[in-house]
Design a binder for this molecule. Structure first.
Ligand code: SF4
Ligand code: SF4
Ligand code: FES
Length: 246
């Protein structure tokens, strides 16, 4: 016999004017290798078909299932119930727009962030279908790939003190994106152009450096390193700008 698990789950439907935020409690029996995805599906099938939560890949790839699990943001599909106590409290991620219960709209936030920091390769070269692709050094490609592993789950944003206080803060995920483009030899942006995008209070200078972001990233991205590198580069750009050093 498995443990009896008690789930306290946040409920609210912003589409329904009569809905009031509250917590519902459900009890289920734990099974072997049970993940929160399996538990939530069982609760929906056996107790309440109206329960809303997001899942797509069930393999830690789509980033859709992030939620607050006993107060800590994480991917529900990758969390085994046997890593948790018998009583489990599930809440939606803060900051993002609520869709209902445990489901939030991370897509709009990430789109706005990507547009704000111009998260694409800036080049004056015109794309020619006929020419062979330019080769990139393998070691450099791997370094870039390391930062590209972000699944845009939103855990680092939810855990960030600044992002929780300031709606305009772009978060460690944006800094990681910029660090990735700074490494990319195809991106022709200059130091001062990057400074315009990220050398602000909404960017690197708004970061308090307490590293909640790195602690919770389910993909173990090296956010601490990237924040440190950017802070140094942007600090140097600020000094050059102040003293008009070329
Ligand atoms: S280190 Fe910066 S980006 Fe990371 S959680 Fe703290 S304030 Fe947010
Ligand atoms: S950096 Fe990590 S925690 Fe943040 S969105 Fe990407 S994968 Fe999620
Ligand atoms: S369902 Fe895709 S990351 Fe969890």
């Amino acid at each position: 016999m498995g443990r009896k698990l008690k789930f306290n789950i946040f409920r609210y439907n912003p589409q329904d004017p009569d809905s009031v935020p509250h917590t519902d409690t459900f009890q289920i029996e734990e099974t072997e290798s049970m993940t929160l995805f399996i538990a939530l599906t069982q609760i929906r099938e056996e107790h309440d078909p109206s329960l809303q939560f997001d899942f797509c890949c069930r393999a830690g790839i789509c980033g859709g299932c992030a939620m607050m699990i006993n107060g800590r943001p994480n991917l529900a599909c990758k969390t085994l119930t046997n890593e948790l106590p018998k009583e489990i409290t599930l809440m939606p991620l803060p900051i993002f727009k609520m869709i209902g219960d445990l489901s939030v709209d991370t897509g709009t936030w990430f789109r706005e962030m990507n547009e704000k920091v111009e998260s694409w390769v800036h080049t004056s070269k015109t794309f020619d279908l006929e020419t062979e692709e330019e080769r990139m050094d393998n070691a450099l490609a791997e370094e870039i790939y390391e930062l590209e592993r972000c699944v845009e789950c939103g855990c680092c944003v939810a855990a960030c003190g600044t992002a929780n206080m300031r709606k305009d803060f772009v978060g460690a995920v944006a800094m990681n994106r910029i660090a990735r483009f700074m490494m990319d030899p195809r991106d022709q942006r200059t130091g001062s152009e990057y400074f315009e995008v990220i050398g602000t209070d909404e960017g690197i200078f708004g970061c308090m450096g307490l590293l909640g972001c790195e602690d919770v990233c389910p993909k173990q991205l090296p956010l601490q390193d990237q924040l440190g590198i950017l802070r140094r580069k942007m600090g140097w750009s600020a000094i050059k700008h102040l003293f008009r050093i070329k």
